[in-house]
Design a binder for this molecule. Structure first.
Ligand SMILES: NC(=O)c1ccc[n+]([C@@H]2O[C@H](COP(=O)([O-])OP(=O)(O)OC[C@H]3O[C@@H](n4cnc5c(N)ncnc54)[C@H](O)[C@@H]3O)[C@@H](O)[C@H]2O)c1
Ligand SMILES: *[C@@H]1O[C@H](CO)[C@@H](O)[C@H](O)[C@H]1NC(C)=O
Length: 334
């Protein structure tokens, strides 16, 4: 970039500018495309690699379409126009080209441990000492696919939540040998592009999001299996009850606000939580009569031939919620 343009951009007060740095995306499916949209919104140059040429061309078409839709709905992130953002994207069928000179590589290949091992071995060959090698894996701990690498201290997991453009949480999981500076660099990068990183401080199966989600599924299942509630009503407990608060306050904030602070809440309700929790049964096996009941109820409530429509409706609601949360952000009295 020529000097006077650079100077002009630095002095302008629109923060995202070109030339912020290069990000390499490995795998151009659903998640690779989402990461691309997030990084370009903040002004990073993104080079996408895939082994399938058709996936790469599909990704470019899809990204352009999504940029146009985001612009139309007023949800485009950052200060750059769709055209400016599009200009930051390039694709390649040469992995080396995606990695050379990049400050961060986001791996988004299918969820398979052997494949991740292989892809990380290849990725590290083109990386230099300052490249962060990051996987989007949903549930494989990083030590499982980075133990054999020379650059294993530069490897980490950043697990996004679908759809990442509207669900900003990213779980960061270092392996036992990940350099602490790689954790802080990854967090800083993700915060800088508008995501919300949290650190899973040690490797654990399911990370945090799925552990919490599975705890809920287990108890939801037991309530139906024990004849306490219908599947439909369990879903209402969330959509009209718990979920209303959880979109804004986490469980710790909820208890803090539901009494005069956490100590007061636990003094009042701690023994109740313990009593009720002691009646939770073992983890369900997801078989038996409850299986038929839940499958039949869900099929009736959410017909299988309408899934695409229901998904679209859900995504529209998520977009509206994301917008609402953004509008309300500045009003939180903290
Ligand atoms: N889909 C989700 O909801 C979700 C959410 C969070 C995390 N993830 C994780 O993100 C990763 C990617 O998932 P996805 O849903 O985008 O998958 P996807 O199947 O949509 O895309 C995978 C892409 O990787 C490409 N690919 C396959 N082998 C490759 C290789 N050797 N080198 C380069 N590219 C290769 C494929 O051609 C394809 O374009 C997985 O680890 C998944 O667990 C997915
Ligand atoms: C980043 O993208 C912009 C816009 O296309 C381009 O002008 C610039 O040269 C790119 N920088 C790098 C390092 O690729």
């Amino acid at each position: 970039m020529n000097r006077s343009i650079k100077k002009k951009m630095e002095s302008s007060n629109t923060i995202p500018v070109y030339g912020k740095g290069k990000i390499g995306i490995i795998g151009s499916g659903l998640i690779g495309r989402s990461w691309t949209l997030i990084f370009i919104s903040a002004g990073y140059n993104v080079t996408i690699f895939d082994i399938e040429q058709s996936q790469l061309s599909g990704a470019l078409v899809d990204i352009e379409k999504q940029l146009a839709e985001l612009q139309k709905s007023g949800l485009l992130r950052g200060a750059l126009t769709p055209e400016q953002q599009r200009a930051l994207v390039s694709v390649t069928s040469d992995m080396k080209e995606a990695i050379t000179g990049a400050l961060h590589i986001q791996e988004c290949v299918p969820e398979n441990e052997d494949l991740k091992r292989k892809v990380f071995s290849e990725m590290e060959q083109y990386a230099d000492d300052s490249t962060v090698l990051c996987s989007s894996t949903s549930c494989i701990v990083p030590s499982k696919f980075t133990d054999h690498l020379k650059r294993r201290s530069q490897c980490i997991v950043a697990h996004p939540v679908n759809p990442p453009y509207y669900c900003p949480l990213v779980e960061i999981i270092p392996s036992p040998w990940t350099e602490p500076s790689v954790v802080s660099r990854t967090r800083t990068l993700l915060e800088g592009v508008g995501q919300v990183p949290v650190t899973v401080k040690k490797e654990i199966d399911g990370f945090a999001l799925n552990r919490l989600q599975y705890a809920i599924i287990n108890e939801a299942w037991r309530l139906v299996a024990d004849g306490v509630m219908s599947a439909e009503d369990v879903d209402k407990v969330f959509t009209a009850g718990l979920g209303m608060r959880y979109a804004f306050c986490g469980p710790f904030e909820v208890i803090h606000l539901n009494a005069e602070g956490t100590a007061s809440y636990l003094e009042r309700y701690g023994s109740t939580i313990q009593r009720v929790s002691s009646t939770f049964g073992p983890s369900p096996t997801f078989t038996g009569p409850a299986f038929d009941t839940i499958v039949q109820d869900n099929d009736a409530n959410y017909p299988l031939d309408k899934l695409q429509e229901i998904r679209q409706w859900r995504d529209t609601r998520l977009v509206a919620l994301a917008k609402l949360k953004k509008d309300l952000e500045s009003q939180k009295p903290l």
